[in-house]
Each structure stands twice: as C-alpha cells, then as structure tokens.
Design a protein around this ligand. Structure first.
Ligand code: NAD
Length: 474
C-alpha cells in the first residue's frame, strides 16, 4: 500500500496541543485538512495557535508569507463530526480516555467511507482495545506523534491485534511522505519510546536512592559523559514529577508489576510533597529562587600533579595500577581477580567531557590524582564515586539496551525501529541497540549480570535475546 495522494482529505479530531500540530503537519504535506473539536471555539483556538507558530517561522525567514497562508487555507474548522465524511485518513487526538475514544470511533465509522483509515494518537491506551467495537477494526491503527508534532520527527505506527498489515504499511508510508521517521510497533504498554525510556529515569532514581551521587552529579555524568541532551533529573522536572511518576506506575501495572518497571519511592515522595518540577517551582532542583543550589561533585587535583598517559579505548598502567573501562565488575573484584590495584572509568564516547571513576581500596591518592589529571588533560572532568558495579553511564546504557532487546524478543519492534524511535522521539545520542553492539553485547551482559548478582533484584536479569546474541559473539 502506498501513501495517500496529497489531495486526499485528512481529518483531525481534537484541536489541542497535539491535534493542532498534527493538522499543521498534514497541511504542510499538501492535504486539505478538516479539524474538529467538540468544545466551542477550540478548533479556531487551535488554528490560531498554529498560525502564531507559523508566523514565527515566517519572521525567521524559514517560510514564505505565501506558503504560510496557503497552509492555513488548507485547514478548515468543522462544526460537526459529519465534516469528516470525505476524509481518507482521520487522526484522533482527543482526551486520553478509552470509553470516550471508543465512542468517538463508533460515531466516526458511520460517517467516513468504508476504506478510510482511522487512527489514534493515544500515548498509553491499547490500540487493540480502542478498536474492539469497530465494524472494521482492521482499518484502525495507532499514529503516535510526539510533542511538538511539527518539530519531533518520530511517528510510532502501532498495530493492534486486528490491524491489517496493509493499513499499517499505508500509515507508515503516509508518515514518511509527511517528512517523519515512521517506525512499526505492536500495541503493548508504552509502545516503544515510553517503554524503552523507562530505565533512563529508573536507573538514575535508583543510583540516587543508593546514594552513589546527587541529582546534579548524575545529570552531569549522563549529559557530559554520554551526550544525552538533558539529564534524567532535569528531564523529570521538565516533564513534571507527577506526570512521569504516573507513566511509570501505569507501565509497571500494565506489565503485571514487572520489577524492571518498578516506580521509585523517591519520586513518589516528591509528588507527595507537591515538588512537581519546573511547573511548581521545585522538583529535584529549585526554580523558585532562580538559583540552582546543587553543584556537581568532581575531583580537583593538587597543583603540580603529573598527568598520566591514558588510553581511553583500552588498558593503561599507571604506577602499577591498571586503568580501564568498567565491564560491570567492581574495581575491588577486578583487582582481586587480576592481582593489580585497579581504577575503573565509566563508559566514554568520543564527545565525553565528564566521567565517573572508582578505585580498588589499594590505589594510592597520588596515582588517583595523576589519572584524574590525565583525563583533565583530555578535556574530561572526573567525578570519583564509590566502587559501584557498572558505574553510571554504563549501567544506564546497559539497562536501556536490555529493555530494547526484551521489546525485540516480544516482537514489539525490530532493532532499527527501536533505535529510530529513541533517536527521533526522545533525541537520544545513539540508538540503544546499535550502542550496545558497539560496546559489545558480552560487556553489556556482564554489566547486567554483575548488578543482578550484587543486588539480587530481578529487574536486572538480562533479556534472553541479549544473552543468546551475546553468546553468539563469544
Ligand atoms: P489537549 O487536552 O491539549 O487536547 C485535547 C482536545 O480534544 C481538546 O481541545 C478537547 O476540547 C478535545 N476533545 C475532548 N474530547 C473530545 C471529543 N469527544 N471530541 C472532539 N474533541 C474532543 O490534549 P493533547 O495533549 O493534545 O493530547 C491529545 C491526545 O494525544 C491524547 O490521547 C494524548 O495521550 C496524546 N498525546 C499527547 C502528547 C502530549 O505531549 N501532549 C504526546 C503524544 C500523544
């Protein structure tokens, strides 16, 4: 099946944050768009908001006045659902409630042509479930845009149990011709992004609970160390602690209390306190007094310390101390196994500007300082943390990869789809599958096994798919 011709009408129901954005995307691709909202004036208000956004593009010279006007002219505001009759595709973006959505689609199905495709932008409701009472559930599919829809590239194309593969393929093609990166996903809780991203928050919260480091330091390690745009604590403050906690809880319960998705008590206490993040003036950080009181922990070396020659891609020996990247074991365990004092550093990328290190108990301060100076000489700040398995970035990336492999095992999406979803839906610096392959699946497996062995917590059990694929590489 191919995409829709650009003269086919696209219907959008719900003219809020997402609906208005989706209407803009469809109109930008040349479609006549019919936008309907059940609340008086909401359709016009949605169009005005998107027009204001387009005006900014015109002011910046990114769009001509004529193109802007032509785009707006293609969007008509409907005063009843009957106006959806000519649509070849309808995208629903109303409130997140299963019964209300089911009712809407029952009504829509009686209005549109039998071959029209019906889709929902739901972020959390099962596509299978919304389609349950439809006469033709095979033409119903999830079309999950990300906020803001005109900017974010990703569209998850979600198939429920009854969705036909032709309809999913057609919506995939439509999203692609609209300039989006489409990925196929199976209707399972959280789809791809809201599932695979859980460990980014969960591991940070766990590391904080384990008192390895404070939020500012953990954020700095993940942004400076791995290139994530925003650290997990700053991101949770931005999303809203209540919203992020609710998603965690809903994914956890939807997976029958799977321990990998267990929410955090630390986050619940913030919600209990009303410290919801930016919107309430305080979350993990403070925004009310305009000053952030948290500072990043890092080592300053004494003046005159000679910097060690380091090989970030391999093992260096500095005054009899082995310096190497974590493979999940603690420095103490490596030192005992190898008979050398050991300094471990966290996962590095070519762009890293910060790294966590840990040391076995027999490492002298003078050697530690010279290793820190060696990293500083390469433009990398160093945070010395307790001797923890997998440190911070490696543990986070290993858990993201584990979730990605588990989703692949269950046929939610393929590796390319998952990587694209995380790159274009949440701007991760790398896709978790390709990242894990680059690090080495055996290393990722070792990290998970080490944390699993130390904590005894089943959330760290490795996905069977990861283990099988890693074993092929032995
Ligand atoms: P919103 O509250 O901004 O907009 C919803 C709009 O739907 C409102 O204008 C409301 O008047 C209208 N509406 C409610 N019931 C209706 C009905 N029965 N018929 C017609 N219109 C109706 O919400 P939103 O943030 O745009 O979210 C819409 C959908 O998109 C939800 O399913 C949500 O889960 C999903 N979503 C939201 C985001 C996000 O970041 N906001 C991202 C992806 C997906």
């Amino acid at each position: 099946m191919t995409a829709l011709a650009s003269d086919v009408v696209v219907g959008v129901v719900g003219a809020g944050t997402m609906g208005a954005g989706i209407a803009q995307v469809a109109a930008a691709a040349g479609h006549p768009v019919v936008l309907f909202d059940a609340f008086d004036g909401a359709g016009e208000a949605g169009k005005q908001r998107l027009a204001a956004g387009l005006d900014k593009l015109v002011a910046k010279g990114k769009m001509s006045v004529e193109d802007c006007q032509a785009l707006l002219d293609r969007i008509s505001i409907a005063d009843s659902m009957a106006a959806m009759a000519p649509a070849g595709l309808v995208v629903e973006a109303i409130l997140e409630d299963l019964d209300v959505k089911r009712q809407l689609f029952a009504e829509l199905e009686a209005i549109v042509a039998p071959e029209a495709i019906l889709s929902s932008n739901t972020s959390s409701i099962s596509i299978t479930s919304i389609a349950r009472d439809l006469q033709r559930p095979e033409r119903f599919v999830g079309m999950h845009f990300f906020n803001p829809a005109p900017v974010m590239k990703l569209v998850e194309v979600i198939s429920g149990v009854a969705t036909s593969s032709e309809v999913a393929a057609c919506v995939f093609a439509i999203a692609s011709t609209w300039g989006k990166v489409a990925v196929h996903a199976k209707s399972t809780p959280g789809f791809i992004v809201n599932r695979v991203a859980r460990p980014y928050y969960a591991e940070a919260l766990r590391l904080f609970e384990e008192q390895l480091a404070d939020p500012a330091t953990l954020d700095a390690l993940l942004t400076g160390g791995a290139g994530f745009r925003l650290g997990p604590f700053a991101l949770m403050d931005l999303i809203g602690q209540d919203v992020n906690y609710a998603v965690s809880e809903s994914v956890f319960n939807a997976f029958y209390q799977e321990p990998r998705f267990r929410p955090s008590l630390v986050q619940r206490e913030l919600v209990n306190a009303g410290f919801l993040g930016r919107k309430s003036g305080r979350g993990f950080y403070r925004y009310d007094d305009g000053a952030d009181t948290l500072s990043v922990s890092q080592i300053e070396v004494p003046a005159g310390t000679a910097s060690a020659e380091l090989n970030p891609a391999g093992v260096s020996v500095v005054d009899g101390v082995q310096v190497r990247m974590t493979d999940g074991r603690t420095a103490q365990a490596v030192a005992r196994a190898e008979g050398f004092p050991v300094i471990l550093f966290d996962l590095l990328t070519e762009q890293s500007t910060r790294v966590a290190i840990s040391a076995s108990s027999d490492v002298l301060d003078t050697v530690l300082h010279s290793v820190v100076a060696g990293f500083n000489a390469r433009g990398i700040e160093v945070t010395h943390v307790a001797d923890w398995p997998g440190l911070v970035v490696m543990r986070t990336v290993a858990m993201l990869a584990n979730e990605a492999f588990e989703a692949m095992l269950q046929g939610v999406a393929n590796g390319e789809g998952i990587d694209n979803a995380m790159l274009f839906g949440v701007n991760y610096p790398r896709g978790p599958v390709a990242w894990a392959q680059q690090i080495g699946l055996t290393t990722i497996l070792k990290v998970l096994d080490a944390i699993h062995a130390l904590t005894g917590d089943p959330r760290y059990r490795a996905s069977m798919k990861l283990r099988l694929e890693a074993e092929c590489h032995f």
